[in-house]
Design a protein around this ligand. Sequence first.
Ligand code: DGT
Ligand code: CA
Ligand code: CA
Ligand code: ZN
Length: 585
Amino acid sequence: MARPNDEVAALLQEYADLISITGGDAFKARVYEKAARAIGGHHADVSKLDVKGLKEIPNVGKSIAEKVVEYFANGSVSAVEDLRAKIPAGVRQLTAIPTLGPKKALVIYQELGISTTEELADAIHEERLRDLKGFGPKTEENILHGIGLLQSSGDRVLIDVAMSLAEDIVAEMSQVTGCERCAYAGSLRRVRETIGDIDILVAAKKPQPLMRAFTELPYVSEVIAHGEKKTSIRTTKGLQVDLRVVPPDSWGAAMQYFTGSKAHNIRTREMAVHKKLKLSEYGLFDTETGEKIVSRTEEDVYARLGLPWIPPTLREDRGEIEAGLRGELPEPVQEKDIRGDLHTHTDLTDGLAPLEEMVAAAAERGYAYYAITDHGPDMAMQRMTDERILAQRERVRELDGEYGRRGKRGGMRVLHGAELNIGPDGDVDWTPEFLDGFDLCVASVHSHFNQGRDALTRRFVRACENPHVNIIGHPTTRLIGKRPAVDVDLDAVFAACARTGTALEINSHPDRLDLRDEDILRARRHGVRFAVDSDAHAVIHLAYLRYGVGTAQRGWLTKDDVINTWPLARLRRFLDKTGHRTEGA
Ligand code: DGT
Ligand code: CA
Ligand code: CA
Ligand code: ZN
């Protein structure tokens, strides 16, 4: 289920867009954008708050609070509806193109009468946009690129959206009488970065009551197919969910079959055929006699094929079958192996929560260490100064003293770091002397994405060679479905990381998942180390870590590859790139 907070955040963001499109007050649009972000990141359920409670959220004033209350009371907000009515649906469809802002979308609509992505692509190829003011070949190229991104993401959704819905459905179905087991399978179980549809599996003797309960879930907008073995629905948000009910005895075979991937299943079926067996969702059968051999657990099925159980995140036919046959499957890093988060923000820069709240939430997660890494001064809009960061450091040291002594496993150490900005030529914020004062530094690219391959590669390599840069944050800067990865010679960057003792981040934010699985596989061959971080800008974002861990597994990483699974003493040695610093506590 989408969180009420996310629903409201989307609505307020739409309102901000509508204000911009209609030529409204830019300041007002920004106010709504900020409120959207604040509510999206707020920890408490906003549908349960009144105007007074809502106003306590930073960046939420009276008029916004009233709109939120109105939304939960009526299911809509009249101010938003008024603006929606003013705007042709076509313009809103155009603004779904990632690289096309509302202003340009409106010009295209008004001047050329274009209201669909297809018409727009045609117009660009016919060079009809050239006549418009403010449109040149570069704009055309950007728009075409955006259309490509939009089409390639298709109807797939980000993993956190699918995950919260799937976990809700599994919880609901598990309550239905007769449900012996329930789990999600498919791409979600494999932790792919985007999900086409959700596949839910139930083990039960009688399917009907489960199928009925499924079609009666509150967020069902359409029943696409309703049968004995499989029922498919579409949710009010447009996502398809398939439910399959299998006999309890077939659970393992069904999980194996419906987890996929298709490529992995083709391999396992071939292996079955070689052994004169037939593999289906009901079990592994003797081809000649039709006798069932195994079906109860996935382990049984794999074992009969001569394989160890293969973790779902590896089932992509990327060598896992061969490795399994050789007995060389990696033992993938687990969420419980993570000892701390090394990239997080507070409200000193663009985070939403104060330092104390972030640290308390980190301790709650049972971390042994936790790093605060707010932005440096080079990103001017973050308004960072030496005084502000040093004041934060003092507070971090106090918290380290408090938390270091208490809690489970000997308490949590609080580290003071920063997220530096890798400038166009590879420089970062502050002087080397000033950087000496941090426990660690993440460094990331936040602008100048289109410098060209050679310049970008030199820029990254230069950042790696900086003795103060420990982790390259969200290395390719992609935003899934919104912004492509930068064009950089990744192998050169990976080699530089390995040579200089710089870790690559696996940023766990569902919009990023950066590095992605295939790049991790490549980086690993260079001998690079990794940090799986949340990049949390709010308390609730700390939990995104699970998606980063899933992505790390898809890149075949083990515990040893990931620096934030290490004990603090080993981590500190890694962070001291030149070996100059004295042993920390
Ligand atoms: P998605 O939904 O596009 O994110 O990706 P998946 O992997 O969840 O694909 P989906 O939903 O079409 O099917 C789920 C799994 O079920 C898939 O990974 C393999 C299995 N499966 C489904 N249909 C077939 C089929 O016709 N043949 C085989 N061998 N496997 C199938
Ligand atoms: Ca699926
Ligand atoms: Ca499916
Ligand atoms: Zn960050």
